[in-house]
Write a protein that binds this ligand. Structure first.
Ligand code: NAD
Length: 484
């Protein structure tokens, strides 16, 4: 049994803790590795290393930082396959999906490579007679990222390239369920020439999270995960005077109008609902069928759902892998059972699926539920699994009200061939990321990423211009050079 250790000051280290947690291969249900769980003292060691590195890294030239980020980006390209296989083996998603995750994360590095342009300040000549004003941005110091299991490479990549490009140093506390990708990325940074201590990884559970939130040497915390933990992190971090951005959970609705191309809509809803076994914050978990769209849509959805091939993520013919843990598998199957008990119609039942040769894997099949109502748990709770709930409404306005009444506001989509409907939808839904005939409207790295309402606690989304703002402070300088 090997142990995944922390990465502090450019080297793997066990730190002071004897605590570990098992890491599973979800396709087999077996564990051959474990991850070290940090104590408060280990976080302190990482902060000391990062604070020391900050002294020189914050003074490094923009061209030196760009050079390291370019090299890092190239290494991510060269090692994409290796990284994708590491992700798939601990998360369960298909290798192809994991490749997509690394590519999306890499785009943030590409954005950060433009730091010379991004960090330009502004200058106002002659604001008063003989007086000029200019501004510039400076890094905060040691920043930390606390990240979820579902994108073990991409979500941290939303954060650290931007923090590092802007002159900060970084401590990543990844999910303890799939921790290996973080160490792999740390080694690539070292190979790219990043000085020791600029990027560190501390593995752990709540003890490590609390130590980060309380530590006076950490200036800012970026969090992505479930809403209850996002609220906790935001409250505790800001109480300690830190900047905190905290992205939470989701319940994303895909609205289908009767005038939409139903085949197209169903195909994309299937990908958005069941891709990565529904373990995506941008997954569509509610299909809102408007008026006469409902019956034909359900028919196509059923047909396509039954065609999904479930299997281990490293099999190239697999469409959908297992869930991340046995607990997640049980939670999802219980949600389907509860939905049926509360009156939903089960059109496709994914419960109890066994995959030959992988009988102990954490598999469940895709489930499709019809006649789901807003009172049911299947509508109210984030199931975070391959369950698509269909809610029927009569009009687009009813669909918009439904979305706006939901506490989450991460992503949403509308399928329609009518421009007026699309425009009304995008203007009136209280959601941060909207797709028009695009089911998963994930913005590009040069836009920011973040939802509204309970999907984003605090006011700062990640990456893009908002990421630059989050990891820097502005100075405004007013200058006069009087004549002698
Ligand atoms: P999680 O909230 O359980 O864990 C996230 C992080 O918090 C992990 O590093 C974990 O170790 C830590 N953590 C867990 N419990 C804690 C506690 N009690 N105290 C302190 N720290 C704790 O989330 P998850 O299950 O890893 O990920 C899935 C969730 O993340 C879903 O809700 C999903 O919607 C959300 N998510 C959101 C986005 C987004 O962009 N909004 C992106 C990805 C995932």
């Amino acid at each position: 049994m090997t142990t995944i250790e922390h990465w502090i000051n450019g080297a793997a280290t066990a730190g002071t803790s004897s605590r570990t947690a098992p890491v599973f291969n979800p396709a087999t249900g077996l564990s051959s590795t474990r991850v070290r769980l940090a104590e408060t003292t280990d976080v302190d060691t990482a902060v000391t290393a990062a604070a020391t590195a900050f002294e020189s890294w914050s003074e490094s030239s923009l061209s030196q930082r760009t050079k390291v980020l370019f090299a890092f980006r190239q290494l991510l390209v060269e090692h994409e396959e290796e990284l994708a296989r590491i992700i798939s083996a601990e998360h369960g998603k298909t290798v192809d999906d994991a490749r997509g995750e690394t590519a999306r994360g890499r785009e943030v590095v590409e954005y950060a490579c433009g730091l010379g342009d991004i960090l330009k300040g502004s200058f106002s000549d002659q604001v008063s007679t003989g007086v000029d004003v200019h501004n510039f941005r400076q890094p905060l110091g040691v920043c930390a990222g606390i990240t979820p299991f579902n994108f073990p490479a991409m979500v941290p990549l939303w954060m650290h390239p931007v923090a590092i490009a802007t002159g900060n140093t970084f401590i990543l506390k990844p999910s303890e369920r799939d921790p290996s990708a973080a160490n792999f990325v740390a080694r690539l940074y070292t190979e790219a020439g990043l000085p020791d201590g600029v990027f560190n990884v501390v593995h752990g559970d709540r003890t490590a999270v609390d130590a980060i939130l309380d530590h006076p040497g950490i200036a800012a915390v970026s969090f992505v995960g479930s809403t209850p933990i996002a609220k906790y992190v935001h409250e505790r971090g800001t109480a300690h005077g830190k900047r905190v951005q905290a992205l939470g959970g989701a319940k994303n609705h895909g609205v289908v109008m009767a005038d939409a191309d139903l085949d197209f809509a169903a195909k994309h809803l299937i990908a958005a609902a069941y891709g990565s076994a529904g373990e995506r914050c941008m997954a569509i978990s509610v299909a809102v069928a408007v008026g006469e769209a409902a019956d034909p849509l359900i028919e196509i959805l059923e047909r396509k759902t039954r065609q999904i091939k479930v299997g281990p993520g490293n099999n190239p013919t697999t469409d959908m892998g297992p869930l991340v843990t046995a607990a997640a598998q049980e939670r999802v199957e219980t949600a389907v059972t509860t939905a049926a008990a509360q009156g939903a119609t089960i059109i496709v039942d994914g419960r109890g699926l066994k995959i030959e040769g992988h009988e102990d894997g954490f598999f469940t099949g895709p489930s499709l539920l019809d006649h789901v109502t807003t009172e049911m748990d299947a509508y109210r709770e984030e199931i975070f699994g391959p369950v698509l709930a269909v809610v029927r409404v009569d009009t687009i306005d009813e669909a918009i009200t439904l979305i706006n009444t939901n506490p989450y506001g991460n992503g949403t989509a509308v399928f329609t061939s009518d421009g007026e409907t699309a425009r009304r939808f995008q203007r009136n839904v209280n959601v941060g990321m909207i797709g028009i005939n695009v089911p998963v409207p994930v913005p590009m790295s040069y836009y920011s990423f973040g939802g509204w309402k309970d999907s984003l606690i605090g006011d700062s989304p990640v990456h893009g211009p908002e990421g630059i703002r989050f990891y820097t402070r502005t100075k405004v300088v007013t200058t006069r050079w009087p004549h002698r």
